[in-house]
Structure formats: structure tokens, C-alpha cells
Design a protein around this ligand. Structure first.
Ligand SMILES: C[S@@+](CC[C@H](N)C(=O)[O-])C[C@H]1O[C@@H](n2cnc3c(N)ncnc32)[C@H](O)[C@@H]1O
Length: 233
């Protein structure tokens, strides 16, 4: 069995998978940065409960690929209402997903990593300092409180929420952060008609509207994914 320092997520076959699924590929520098993030998280996991997904292929698929699949239209320039120098917030970032891969891929963006658990944020702060991910910042607090502060309210072009709460709750966390015309992206697994109804029932009050639901499967294990894109009106 490999020890943690030998594990690598730079897997040559994955170049083709990036290309075939997202019509995009990381540069060698970005791949190296992904690898450094992976190693830092494996090390952090020894003292903190950051993630259960630690094997290289699983980490590649469920953390890296999944994070970027959620913003696939940005990778290929299809969200032409956004430039690359956007303000992004990752709400309930945990070990830094989806925010860290987004920061690495869009160095001109500015990515805020928010979580209510201080020790996770302390870990992420040292990770971004050590790896010199200069376009990323951190914030500790509860989304529903932080999103009422003037400094953060209506500031972001893009608010990302993966695996934090039920969709209506995620919308309540995310939409106050978004500026007019910005998007909240809810990363979901299965997505039902009932869930969409429940989400729609809160959106009007939040000044949001579902723009698109992108359904896809993950490339290695065929997991079901739905990304709900909500436009801030
Ligand atoms: C299951 S983890 C998901 C982490 C990461 N987004 C991912 O997909 O790998 C949920 C994270 O959301 C954070 N969280 C839950 N409720 C929150 C809230 N109201 N405000 C900020 N963070 C919250 C938790 O502390 C936890 O780190």
C-alpha cells in the first residue's frame, strides 16, 4: 500500500477525461497545484477530520473534477456575463471545495472560502499561505449571519454551495451574497421535481430565479450530479 507522500493525483489518463467531459484541461502548473493541495489535505487529515475521500482517483473525481464540473460553463467561456476577474464565495467550504480548484484555475478571480468551523478555516488559511494561492481568502462564521454584513452582502458574481444543507437553505445562504445578475450554483446529487418545487417556493422572496439545471454523471464511477444555477434578479 502506498504511503500518503507517494500518492499522486497527476494521472496521465485523466487529461483525456478532462477534455472529453469538460472540454478543458488543466495546465501542468495547475496540475502541480492540485497535487500540492491534495498532499496538504492528506497531511491535515491526520489531525483534522477534513475529508473521507483520500485515495487518488476518488479525490480526483469527487473533489477536483466535481468542483470544476459545477462551473463548467465558466471554464469554456459560456457564461459570457462573467469575466475571469470575478468575485467568488464558497459557502461551507470544508476542506476547500469547490473553492480551491476554482481559485487555482482562475488566478485572476478572487475566491473567499467560508466555513462555520474555525479549525477548518485555520487549516485553509495556512494552506493558501504555504501554497501561495494568493487570490484566495478565508472567513469563519455562519453563512446566514455573514451574508447580512455590508462588507459581504451583494458583493459576489458567483456563490458556490456544495453538500451543506437542503437546497432552499443553501439558496438562503447564497443569494444575499450575490450581486444583481450574479449566479448561485447549488451542487446537488439526485434532483427531484419536489425539491425543485421547494426551492422555487423560497426563490421569489430571495430575488432569485432558476436559470438552468445541468445534469451529468461523474466520469469514473457514474455518480449522479445536478447543478442548479440560480440567477440573482
Ligand atoms: C459536508 S461539508 C461539505 C464541504 C465542502 N463544501 C465539500 O463539498 O467537500 C459541509 C460544510 O459546511 C459547513 N457549514 C454548515 N453549515 C454552515 C453555515 N450555516 N455557514 C457556514 N458553513 C456551514 C460545515 O462546517 C462543513 O464544513
Amino acid at each position: 500500500m502506498m504511503n500518503d507522500t507517494e500518492k499522486s493525483i497527476i494521472i496521465p489518463e485523466m487529461s483525456e477525461v478532462w477534455q472529453n467531459t469538460l472540454n478543458w484541461q488543466p495546465t501542468p502548473t495547475q496540475q502541480q497545484q492540485f497535487q500540492s493541495v491534495y498532499q496538504a489535505i492528506l497531511t491535515g487529515n491526520q489531525s483534522l477530520n477534513l475529508t473521507r475521500i483520500t485515495e487518488p482517483e476518488a479525490f480526483w473525481e469527487k473533489h477536483l473534477w466535481d468542483s470544476l464540473a459545477g462551473i463548467a460553463p465558466l471554464l469554456t467561456g459560456k457564461w459570457d456575463f462573467l469575466t475571469s476577474s470575478i468575485e467568488v464565495i464558497d459557502i461551507g467550504t470544508g476542506a476547500g471545495f469547490p473553492g480551491l480548484p476554482v481559485a487555482i484555475v482562475f488566478p485572476e478571480s478572487s475566491v473567499m472560502l467560508l466555513d462555520s468551523i474555525r479549525k477548518k478555516i485555520v487549516f485553509l488559511e495556512s494552506l493558501i499561505t504555504n501554497l501561495e494561492i494568493k487570490n484566495s481568502g478565508v472567513c469563519v462564521g455562519r453563512a446566514e449571519q455573514i451574508n447580512q454584513q455590508l462588507k459581504f452582502k451583494k458583493k459576489y458574481h458567483l456563490a458556490l454551495v456544495r453538500a451543506v444543507a437542503a437546497a432552499p437553505v443553501c439558496a438562503k445562504y447564497a443569494l444575499p451574497f450575490c450581486q444583481k445578475g450574479g449566479r448561485a450554483v447549488l451542487y446537488r446529487g439526485r434532483w427531484t421535481v419536489e425539491e425543485e418545487k421547494e426551492l422555487n417556493s423560497v426563490l421569489k422572496g430571495l430575488g432569485g430565479e432558476i436559470e438552468a439545471v445541468r445534469s451529468f454523471t461523474t466520469p469514473l464511477t457514474g455518480g449522479v450530479r445536478n447543478c442548479i444555477e440560480i440567477r440573482k434578479l
